[in-house]
Write a protein that binds this ligand. Sequence first.
Ligand code: PLP
Length: 389
Amino acid sequence: MATDEQDGERHGFETKAIHAGSPPDPATGAVVPPLNLSTTFAQHGVGQHQGWEYARSGNPTRAALETAVATLEGAAHGFAFASGLAAEDAVLRLLGWGEGVALGDDAYGGTYRLIDKVHGPAGHPWVALDLTTDADRLDADWPPDIRLVWLETPTNPALRIVDIEAVADVAHHHSALVVVDNTFATPYLTQPLSLGADVVVHSSTKYLGGHSDVVGGFVALNDDELADRIGFLQNAVGAVPSPFDCYLVHRGVKTLAVRLDRQCANARAVAELLRSHPAVDTVLWPGLDEHPGHDIAKRQMRDFGAMVSFTLRGGEAAAVAVCEATELFTLAESLGAVESLIEHPARMTHASAAGSQLEVDPALVRLSVGIESADDLLADLAKALSRVG
Ligand SMILES: *Cc1c(COP(=O)(O)O)cnc(C)c1O
């Protein structure tokens, strides 16, 4: 779905989040675009229709979401998928036979699994790269046959910061596409296409949906030819979200900015508590001055995000004990919603990366900080940490 770029340029982020893709319904005046469940659309002559034929190919509820998120990413084109991994799969299918992938060496475990276990055997060699390496080194050591660079920033779960502009320069020098998984930052904090990325992907399940009640994915990009191919794959492979899923993600997107403002502020309070706690070894949050990516984060992010990871002096046993001791921070996978979550990546979200270059430190705990009262979150964490410190 192509966006109305003029509309996209004129307004501030929060305004676009409310209005892009959401004009009042022309038939009824309904302020919220109606949830359109129809799988098929009447034609007034053979091949003559009002822009809609069959709901896998396109439907008004999905189109509204696609316009909204593409506009927020500053993208000319947006495509909604049934999950983040379905969106990733569509992007990886852009590669030709034998063309390789460079994956940042800290990444979501499911992305690693998709690249290593599905697209690898299907003819796409891949390497793990430390994309925080300085650009000259990266350029000099560039592996052969890499046509696509897959980067996260902040990374999952170590929250390292990758300089999108610098990596895009090097990758383009080697004729590789740059894909940014913008799930952690969201377009509110970072707009990768404006920094030189070619494609943005999302797990809409996380911050875009924002309420832990819908699974979805998204691809946003500017290049018309690539967009045609992603649109073709969306329809031909068919990993599309239901209209209700689209409706829920779109509803979530409207409050993205206000949720993230609160979440980032709460994350700062949490990071500062952790930094001063004797049971904690290292706090990984890009908002801290001592974080190695702090200066780049200041440049390419509006705020520092609401994911906070930390390692425990007591190692794996202490990490597991803390995860099991909090009450407000619910022990669960996933992230990005209004409620705070805690998890142990090595045994949970990143278990599939065990034994690989992307293996996660077992002393590491990952928090997704929600919008609860900061004082309550701090008290909950302090109580859990007191068990191990
Ligand atoms: C969850 C997640 C994904 C996968 O998305 P699904 O919606 O679960 O398929 C991809 N990337 C990141 C960074 C994630 O956190």
